[in-house]
Every structure is written in C-alpha cells, then in structure tokens.
Design a protein around this ligand. Structure first.
Ligand SMILES: Nc1nc2c(ncn2[C@@H]2O[C@@H]3COP(=O)(O)O[C@H]3[C@H]2O)c(=O)[nH]1
Ligand SMILES: [Zn+2]
Length: 445
C-alpha cells in the first residue's frame, strides 16, 4: 500500500480522501504487527520450548530458561546418553573400589558407641523413640549420633563418598549452631527428634522405596539442619522488632531462610563440605530439594500445604516429590503431640519456656506485645497474690518467674510482693483458681 501511495504522489495523481484512508489503514496494520511482536517476546518460555525441539543443545535452553525466565534450572537427567561398554565397566569397577574404600574408612573410624547409645538406637525405627534418653546416653550429642547412624544405615556415606572427617566436623559445627542461643526447645535434640521422626515416616509408610538415594540424603539432611542457629524467637518477633535477620530476608520466612543460608555457608568450608564428591547435577538437585523442604517448615505455609496436598490427592496425576517430602518434614516437625505423653509433655514445657523467654527484653517489645504482656502480668500477679499456696496450670519455670518479676517491678505493681521468691517453691501443675479466671474473663473477654 505504501509503495502504491508513493507512486501516486510521484505522478501527482493523488485523491486526498483516498490517501488519508490508505495511510490510516497502513498505520493500523503496522500497529497490529508491532503488538503481535511484543506478545511473542513475552511468551519467552514458549519460544524456549520451540528452541528445545529445534535441536538446540539442552545446555543452551537450560541456560536461557534459567537466565530469562522464572524457571529454575532443572538438573539434566540424561537417561538417553548411552555410555560405551568399556566406560560402563570402568565406572562400575571404579565405583565399587571407591565404595569399598569409603566403607573401610568408616568401619575403621566408627567410634565405639557406649552400650547405652547402642541400646537407644535399637528403637530408631519406632514412633516411640526416646530422643531424650539418646541425649543422655550420647553425652549431649543426639544429632551427631543419630545422623551418623542413619547415614551409615542407608549406606549414603559410601554411595555419595562422604569423607568421614568432613561428616564429623560438619556435625560438630551443626550441633554448635543449635546451641548458639541456648534454646529450651529449638536445640539439637529437636533436630535429632525431627530427623528420626522423618526416617520413621519414610520407613513405615514405604515412601523410602519411592525415593532415590539422593532424595533420601536430601530429606535426612533437611531434617537435621531445618532449625540451625534458631534464635529462639518466632518469625513475627523478628519482623516486629526489625531484627537484622528480618532486614536480610525481607520479612519472608526469616528463620527458615537463615537456617538454610547458614548451613550452606557452613558447607562452603572445605573442612565441613560433606557433599564434596557429589556431581554438579546431584548437588543442584539436593540443594533445591533442601531449600524447598526447609522453607516449607514455616508455620505460615501450613494451611496452604495441607490444602495443596488435599487437592493433589483428588487428582489422578502423580504427586510431586518435593511437595510430598516438604509436607513430610513439616509433619515430623510438629509431630510431638502424637508421641507418648512422657515425650510430648517435655516438648511442650520446653516450647512454653522458649515462648516466655521471647518477651523478656523490655526494650524490644512492640506496643502490642507490651499491652499483651502487661495484661498477662496483671492476671498472673493477681492470681499469685490471691492464692496461697500458689496454684498454676502451667509450670512456672525460672524464666517465666523472672519475667513476671520484671513486669511487677516495671508496671503499676511495684508494691506487689510476690510470694514465690525461690525456685524450689515454684508450683507444679494444679488447677487455675476462680479469681484469676474472673480477672482473665474481664480483661480478655
Ligand atoms: N501451639 C503449638 N505450637 C507448636 C507445638 N509444637 C511445635 N509448635 C510450633 O510449631 C513450629 C514448627 O516449626 P519450628 O520447629 O520452627 O517451631 C515450632 C513451634 O513454634 C505445639 O504443640 N503447640
Ligand atoms: Zn523445627
């Protein structure tokens, strides 16, 4: 059309109305072509798909996908790459040789476990496994002992050629990280408990037969590290107090992001890099799985996870392994209420103790926390002063007690004399007396 118009102009044979119509038509045509072109640019993933089928090497499309789209780079599984016979024989021979070497190294270096530890570990496949007994028997090293036991039981050490020196050093550092904040609940005992529970779930449900060895390794590893360097406070606390962690991780799964990041930074050190002999693809796959699993332990994703799994079970399509494993770790993480009472009650007390510790530093409290704590303090103080001997439905630990004292002194209760000055006198489980209940009703509705 444009060429035709140019010719008409040259020949000075121009109908003004016709020229205008033709120009409008051409402009709308060019606009349509332009918009279509932009859309094609937006469908980059489709184009990548096309490239893939056009015989472009997978490395190239993978790189394009990881650089220009939201798609994570999936480790390439080359089932169709057929190695030559000779290379298979060599690989198998070399593999067997190295595995034997690693097995021998482990057998030689395996510490002679005390009889009590061996005794505890007999129950490792059961739901009633007593992780507190293992803690005592192993001289306060439940995580090291348990993880080492599971890695060797599943023969992951020889399969992935995990150097024993690295494993020992890594586990030592891992336990130290869990001890960093001296948490009553989020300690290495909790990590050992969750790891054992996950192992029990994998075994008892038969899921272990559905997984590759790398997925088993990633799952056990994720469980062992899932609360590494936990600060003993909730994500909300970190966010509301504008903590460094909240600033680093932009208020998103703050604790969980730190557990993962700090662990992988620990693995960067040669001395503790237990995955040194994994191939690049294996390492990428393991890392992706560990990240997904640990991030899913954030309680704020609980409902979403349960809903997604329910929907997934109603469909005939297969269940995505990372999703299933994430839910499994989350289940193990909050499983203690389904354990025998002796275990569950210990965990509950430890968790309550940790929750109460969190509100102790007065200067870190937000207005909301301040009023919450003040009301709590009022109720508890009133109730303590009203009853003699003191009755309490929850065990008042030294931390809770000092917390009450702080508020009794700081608030309008300076003159209240607390009748429980010494630790020995602290009350045990008893019924909540009516005065407190009445005050509680008045204050909290
Ligand atoms: N209310 C309540 N919370 C729990 C219980 N057990 C564990 N949790 C919380 O659930 C969280 C799960 O992830 P974490 O282990 O980081 O921290 C855990 C606790 O904060 C429980 O019995 N009751
Ligand atoms: Zn946990």
């Amino acid at each position: 059309v444009l060429r035709c118009m140019i010719k008409q102009l040259e020949e000075k044979d121009v109908d003004f109305e016709e020229l205008k119509k033709n120009l409008e038509y051409t402009a709308s045509l060019l606009e349509a072509v332009y918009i279509d072109g932009t859309r094609q640019g937006l469908d980059a993933e489709d184009d990548l798909q096309k490239l893939h089928s056009d015989g472009v090497p997978t490395e190239v499309t993978d790189w394009l996908a990881s650089t220009f789209t939201q798609k994570a780079r999936r480790p390439a599984r080359r089932s169709d790459d057929k190695p030559k016979f000779r290379s298979i024989v060599h690989a198998v021979q070399a593999g067997i040789f190295v595995e034997r070497m690693f097995r021998r190294a482990y057998t030689a270096a395996m510490p002679n476990q005390p009889a009590e530890v061996v005794n505890c570990l007999r129950d490792i496949d059961t739901w009633n496994f007593d992780v507190f007994s293992l803690t005592t028997a192993s001289d306060n090293h439940p995580l090291q002992t348990l993880f080492f036991e599971l890695v060797t039981r599943y023969e992951l050490n020889s399969k992935f050629k995990i150097p024993i020196s690295c494993l020992t050093w890594f586990l030592e550092k891992l336990e130290r990280g869990y001890a960093k904040h001296n948490n009553p609940y989020h300690s290495s005992i909790h990590a050992a408990d969750v790891t054992q529970t996950l192992h029990c779930l994998l075994l008892r449900t038969g899921l272990v037969h559905w997984l590759t060895e790398l997925e088993v390794l990633a799952s056990l590893f994720a469980a062992a590290i899932h609360d590494y360097e936990h600060t003993g406070t909730t994500n909300n606390f970190l966010i509301h107090t504008k903590s460094d962690f909240a600033m680093i991780y932009n208020d998103r799964s703050v604790q969980e992001s730190h557990h993962i990041s700090a662990t992988f930074r620990l693995l960067q050190e040669d001395q503790s890099n237990i995955f040194v002999n994994l191939s690049r693809e294996e390492w990428m796959e393991l890392r992706a799985l560990v990240i997904e699993m640990v991030l899913a332990t954030d309680m704020s994703s609980h409902l979403v996870q349960v809903k997604a799994m329910k929907a997934c079970l109603q469909q005939t399509d297969g269940i995505e392994k990372p999703k299933a494993l994430s839910l499994l770790l989350h289940t193990a993480d909050i499983s203690h209420p389904s354990k025998p009472w002796a275990l569950h009650s210990r965990w509950t007390k430890a968790l309550m103790d940790e929750f109460f510790r969190q509100v102790r530093p007065v200067e870190e409290l937000t207005t909301l926390e301040f009023s919450y704590v003040l009301c709590q303090s009022l109720v508890i103080t009133f109730w303590i002063t009203q009853t003699s001997p003191v009755h309490c439905p929850l065990q008042i630990t030294p931390h809770i007690f000092s917390w009450i004292q702080v508020w009794a002194r700081a608030g309008p209760f300076q003159n209240v004399i607390l009748p429980v000055p010494a630790e020995e006198k602290q009350p045990q489980h008893m019924m909540l007396p009516p005065p407190c209940f009445t005050v509680g009703m008045v204050f909290f509705g």
